[in-house]
Design a binder for this molecule. Structure first.
Ligand code: HEM
Length: 383
């Protein structure tokens, strides 16, 4: 592991408080896993435990990538890397891909409520060389973790900690996290209340309403920002180059695992799949808002145009995508945004939090991970 450079883009309001919040969220991650999976149950990921399948892929830097974008992983035009990709549901528990029925808490009767969930795509680009922030069991890999919304539902470390406290208290039901929007709560500031209202909007009006027919056919986003060399920042996205049917989920009642079914079906065909890997890049002089809001708040969206820098190719057929062997391999993998070249350091509150949380989740569920040593970070880089 290397030490990481100071980041000119971050704005940490209260470093000591943030360090405490990160430590508590990390502990809650482990407590939640213990509660969800008491022995002899196998512990799964802290979030994104349900996989639709893992595939082999290649990640090729565009031969015509403009010189000003030849940074970090993207330094050599035409260079091809091997990669693994895991597709998942973000939900903290393994359940049906879309929830269609709920128990009304008052009447205790079944009510029809259709709720879609956030979907994940995690790419592990293998053997990238260079200097990395945390090695991946001795390997230098670059992980890109994405969801199918351009913004994350929770703004920062403070809010994510409140969410985790709620999940632990209420047996993984998040509803009371949103209560301050509906009734006065003196423990919540006006600023926090506004952020919670935004979280509710993203969850109810975007995530739960986004119908997905095939995990291989939709666009994914980093939502959070990353360094792009010493003096620029990026967000990234992967977008299918062609339509991959079906574009809608099956009619209700849907099979529990219809996304895995769609993916397995697609992977038995012969036509290779391609995604464009694209960046939004901003320089130091860009406007990041008051207190660097566009860096520190992961629920904020950048409107800059995405520029293609690489092509992801998923060769087909890969009929073993639904095999037991594939599932076991998928389970062992550990992705984290901190498996990264120093040039692409994760930045902003949510990303600072993710460093220890992903390591704790992966370690606790028995995935093989390199030890992270927060002590090696430089003063100012982390509270
Ligand atoms: C921009 C925000 C985020 C994005 C795009 C994102 C995306 C993802 C994705 C795609 C995965 C699945 C990786 C895999 O397939 O193995 C994942 C795993 C995970 N995420 Fe996030 N995530 C975000 C924020 C967070 C936050 C704030 C936390 C908690 C502090 C968190 C905790 C986790 C954990 C614990 C795992 C499982 C790690 C493991 O056991 O290997 N994520 N995330």
């Amino acid at each position: 592991m290397s030490t990481t450079p100071r980041c000119p883009f971050e704005h940490i309001q209260n470093p000591d408080l943030e360090a405490e919040q990160i430590a508590e969220t990390t502990k809650l991650t482990v407590d939640l896993l213990d509660k969800r999976y008491p022995p002899p149950k196998q512990k799964l990921r802290g979030v994104h435990p349900k996989s639709h399948g893992c595939v082999k892929a290649t990640f090729t830097i565009n031969p015509d990538i403009p010189p000003e974008l030849q940074v970090g992983l993207f330094t050599k035009p035409g260079k091809q890397f091997d990669a693994f990709i895991r597709f998942s549901n973000a939900a903290a528990l393994v359940g049906p891909d879309t929830t269609e029925i709920e128990i009304d808490p008052v009447t205790k009767k079944e009510v029809a409520v259709e709720k879609h969930g956030s979907r994940g795509m995690a790419i592990k680009v293998l053997d990238v060389g260079g200097e990395v922030l945390i090695d991946d069991n001795g390997e230098h890999n670059q992980d890109f973790l994405m969801i199918n919304q351009p913004m994350f539902a929770f703004a920062n470390t403070e809010d994510y900690l409140r969410l985790d406290r709620t999940l632990l208290k209420d047996d993984d039901i998040a509803d009371s996290f949103f209560l301050p929007v509906f009734r006065p709560d003196l423990s919540v500031t006006e600023e926090q209340k506004q952020r919670i209202a935004k979280s509710l909007d993203i969850v109810k009006n975007i995530i739960q309403k986004t119908d997905v027919g095939n995990p291989l056919g939709i666009q994914y986003f980093s939502a959070a920002p990353f360094l792009f060399g010493p003096d620029r920042v990026m967000k990234f996205s992967a977008k299918p180059c062609a339509e991959v049917p079906p574009s809608q989920s099956p009619p209700s009642p849907r099979p529990e695992n219809y996304l895995r079914d769609a993916m397995t079906d697609t992977m038995t065909g012969n036509k290779f799949l391609h995604f464009d890997f694209m960046l939004q890049v901003r320089g130091k002089d860009a406007d990041f808002g008051k207190d660097n809001e566009l860096i520190e708040n992961a629920s904020s969206k950048w409107d800059d145009e995405f520029v293609s820098v690489a092509k992801i190719t998923i060769p087909k057929p890969q009929p073993d995508v639904n095999s037991e062997e594939n599932k076991v391999h998928c389970e062992k993998l550990a992705f984290t945004p901190w498996h990264s070249l120093v040039e692409h350091q994760p930045i902003g509150s949510i990303n600072r939090l993710r460093r220890d949380v992903y390591a704790a989740s992966a370690k606790h569920r028995g995935a093989s991970v390199s030890e992270t040593d927060p002590g090696q970070l430089q003063e100012g880089e982390r509270p």
